[in-house]
Design a protein around this ligand. Structure first.
Ligand code: LLP
Length: 428
């Protein structure tokens, strides 16, 4: 059962009415269900039971400390892509030896921070990065365990902006070059190659691209071993899609079967880096309708439902034309008539929309709505555009809730800024 469901006509997050959160915390606000996070985690953990695999939650999907900690308490590792995410993982209690560090542009300062923390592995994406890591690690008298990220040139059949495994994408090292780079890495000071990493994209709804990519990875492992190189760990990335509209999500059990088949006989320990599939459906963006505006001033024309959330709070519809479900917090009467509306935010850009031509039950100013499946790549991608402070994040557990990030006071935001001396004087 979904963690967000109607009870006696009102939408609840677990056992807390969303209207209560709106009244007490205000809108817009992200609301997460702790139970939904845990059950998504269990879905993976159960499917992978018996395999030697570390599940490293990709923090980029949702890096709120309370979310990371919820997973850490279940035994999760973390996939981080910046010194900031590394700090968050450690602060949330993820053991350093379960942290992998991905990304094409790690700086030397970030490498040093990760070495100081004692992370499990760097996923190295280029030869210049390898040289830099060797210099930093050797300079510190440390040895960095690395996996080379291979670019398998596989089409993940997802949105172009989140496809990462094609030859023309900026990620990884071409499969043909891997043996030479791996051999070179094994001779570098401060570097210990332990395996390969691969990640082909996000929001995949078909297993075939995974199969292809994993097969190419396994072939490369065999080639490396034939050349006398030691390979013992495979990081097979994230990418499992969820249901936003009518997508049939990949079941962790089917994904696990693909992992098993692809890695059978290789005798490698595995790492996976799911992000979206662990958090997307565990979060909603709670928002209030400010105005309902009929473009022609009368019914029957284009109708805009203007809400207090905007593209700066949730940018996925604007950036990827993403479709998110929207529901009223008060359950519509059964058989309520549907009218087609555009659900838009207050920002001065026409792209600030959440849903176009969406059939919705009757909606009035003041009503509460939820934009669903907003737990992944929602709050983490928010900005302060239009001087709209970051919105609160709330976590619900059973009948209680906690504000896990308060609303940012605008005066704090402005207070971060400094006037240069030449602007101190008042106007003449
Ligand atoms: N590992 C690596 C190396 C990645 O680049 C990503 C996502 C993941 C793991 C996690 O993938 P997931 O399981 O979440 O699909 N902002 C976009 C998604 C960007 C994904 C970037 N990389 C969106 O809102 O759809």
């Amino acid at each position: 059962m979904s963690a967000f469901a109607y009870r006696s006509g009102a939408l609840f997050a677990e056992s807390v009415p969303l209207a209560r959160i709106a009244a007490e915390v205000g809108t817009p606000a992200y609301v997460y269900s702790s139970g939904a996070l845990e059950s998504a985690w269990r879905g993976f953990a159960d499917a992978l039971a018996g395999m030697k695999v570390t599940i490293c939650f990709a923090l980029k999907a949702n890096s709120n400390l309370a979310v990371i900690r919820t997973f850490a308490l279940q035994g999760a590792g973390a996939d981080v892509v910046s010194a900031g995410e590394l700090e968050r993982a450690l602060a949330a209690g993820v053991p350093a030896d379960k942290i992998v560090y991905s990304g094409v542009g790690k700086t030397e300062a970030e490498m040093a921070a990760a070495l100081a923390a004692g992370i499990m592995q760097f996923n190295v994406e280029s030869e210049p990065e390898l040289a830099a890591l060797s210099k930093v690690a050797a300079g510190r008298g440390q040895v960095a365990s690395i996996a080379l990220r291979m670019n398998p040139d596989v089409d993940a059949q997802t949105h172009a902006k989140i496809t990462t495994g094609r030859a023309h994408n900026k990620f990884g090292i071409a499969a043909e070059r891997i043996p030479a780079v791996y051999a070179h890495a094994s001779k570098l000071p401060g570097i210990k190659p332990v395996g390969l990493a691969v990640h082909i994209g996000s929001q995949l709804t078909d297993l075939e691209p995974f199969r292809l990519a994993f097969r190419r990875t396994a072939e490369t492992v065999r080639a490396l071993r034939a050349a006398g190189l030691n390979v013992r760990r495979l990081d097979l990335g994230g990418g499992l899609g969820v249901t936003y509209r009518a997508e049939v999500p990949l079941r962790p059990a089917d994904y696990a079967a693909v992992l098993r088949a692809a890695t059978q006989g290789l005798d490698c320990t595995l790492v996976i880096e799911p992000g979206r599939a662990l958090v997307a459906e565990a979060g909603v963006l709670l928002t209030r309708v400010i105005y309902v505006k009929d473009a022609d001033g009368k019914e029957g024309g284009r109708r805009f439902v203007i809400i207090d959330a905007a593209m700066n709070d949730l940018i996925r519809p604007m950036l990827y034309d993403a479709w998110h479900p929207v529901r009223p917090v008060t359950e519509p009467a059964s058989g309520a008539p549907l009218a087609v509306v555009d659900l838009v935010g207050p920002i001065c850009e026409s792209g600030d929309t959440f849903a176009l031509d969406r059939p919705m039950p009757p909606i009035s100013a003041g009503d509460l709505l939820v934009i669903e499946a907003a737990g992944a790549y929602g709050a983490v991608m928010a900005s302060g555009y239009n001087s709209r402070p970051l919105v609160p994040e709330v976590m619900v557990k059973g009948g209680e809730y906690a504000v896990v990030r308060p609303r940012q006071p605008i005066l704090d935001v402005i207070g971060q800024e400094r006037l240069p001396e030449w602007l101190h004087a008042g106007p003449p």
